[in-house]
Design a protein around this ligand. Structure first.
Ligand code: CA
Ligand code: CA
Length: 352
């Protein structure tokens, strides 16, 4: 990796660690809208020398093994006494390799969490009165007031027109359904950071019955102005794990990374049976710092992939509202629902 590339990548992740995740506080770099972060050379812990890459090969960063758990995690919540306890603790951490520190599983915004329509952590499940107590987040005072409902497996952060609106109140589990209200003008850019959370930070794994398991993601949202998650959204992965070998990753000329050719099941990823906490690899692609900004041109990002609800979840946080709040939406993600653990998606809609 060249010194310039390392500096650029380090700056991007230092920004992430400084919790610049709120798009409102993300500085817009002095470059043309639509320009992508300059590609960086592929690097592996086992091969740190600059080397020629095959055309179409991944140009991001590869790490090996788990990171360090942080003392605090902004996406963790303390459930009420007597509530359904989370079966998976929400932890955050970092992994430093090659002079670059990566936030795990993603940088977490410091902004206020969204209210919930369904919450078994701090409420008894359904919260029917939530719509009446939503506070409108004013992005543009002359804009339209919009109410949205969001379900993420496992975590979302929402921004509209480049400004932070709300984040998921529960990082890992239990699953929850969020409600938001904001006021914003058209054209309206709705952008989400999405995380399939993990129990073993840095290798994209969780524990299922004591065994290592590759969890999957998924996100669905509908908004009162007619917007809903569908194939018109554009998505890009940032953190991909677990991997045996980064050679399965592809990357097109527009910087779209594709992990769909990589082994993606518990049975086919070899490192799961070979001390995964030490041996599984992860890929980290650089995101443009202004990825959520209205001026950023995401038209060349890969279109969101659609997934059947049955492939994503059977949790009541979704199924109780599948035919009502979420009837107009589809579950979206990048092309790999299993390995792509931290992704971003966005859509820009003209005046309806
Ligand atoms: Ca959640
Ligand atoms: Ca996963």
């Amino acid at each position: 990796m060249s010194a310039r590339a390392r500096t650029m990548l380090a700056a991007a992740w230092c920004c992430a660690l400084a919790r610049c995740a709120s798009p409102a506080s993300t500085p817009t770099p002095a470059r043309e809208a639509g320009a992508d972060v300059a590609p960086v050379d592929a690097i592996s812990p086992t091969d740190t020398a600059d080397a020629a890459r095959a055309p179409g090969a991944f140009t991001g960063f590869i790490t090996r093994g788990t990171g360090t758990v942080s003392a605090a995690c902004g996406a963790a919540a303390t459930c009420a006494p007597g509530a359904v306890a989370a079966d998976r603790a929400t932890t955050c951490g970092t992994l430093t390799e090659g002079g670059v520190t990566f936030p795990l599983p993603a940088p977490i915004a410091e902004g206020s969490p969204a209210d919930n329509v369904y919450d078994t952590c701090t409420a008894g499940g359904d919260v029917p009165e939530v719509a009446s107590r939503l506070v409108t987040r004013v992005i543009d005072a002359d804009g339209e007031v919009v109410t949205g409902y969001l379900f993420a497996d496992n975590y979302f952060e929402l921004s509209v027109n480049g400004r932070y609106v709300a984040r998921d109140s529960l990082g890992f589990t239990p699953f929850n359904t969020a409600a938001v209200r904001f006021q914003a003008r058209y054209p309206m850019t709705i952008a989400v950071r999405l995380v399939d959370w993990e129990g073993y930070l840095g290798v994209g794994l969780e524990s299922r019955g004591g065994a290592y398991h590759v969890g999957d993601g998924g996100f669905i949202a509908t908004f009162s102005n007619g917007v809903a998650t569908d194939a018109t959204w554009r998505c890009r992965p940032e953190y991909i794990a677990p991997l045996d070998d980064a050679g399965c990753l592809g990357e097109d000329a527009d910087g779209n990374v594709d992990s769909s050719r990589c082994p993606s099941t518990d049975a086919t990823i070899r490192c799961l049976t070979n001390s995964p906490e030490r041996n599984c690899l992860a890929a980290h692609a650089a995101l443009p710092v202004d990825w959520a900004a209205p001026a950023y041109d995401a038209s060349r990002w890969t279109a969101a992939s659609l997934f059947d609800a049955a492939r994503v979840t059977n949790d009541p946080a979704y199924t109780r509202y599948a035919a009502t709040l979420f009837a107009r939406g589809r579950f979206i993600w990048t092309r790999n629902l299993d390995l792509d653990n931290h992704i971003v998606c966005r859509v820009t809609v003209p005046r309806p």
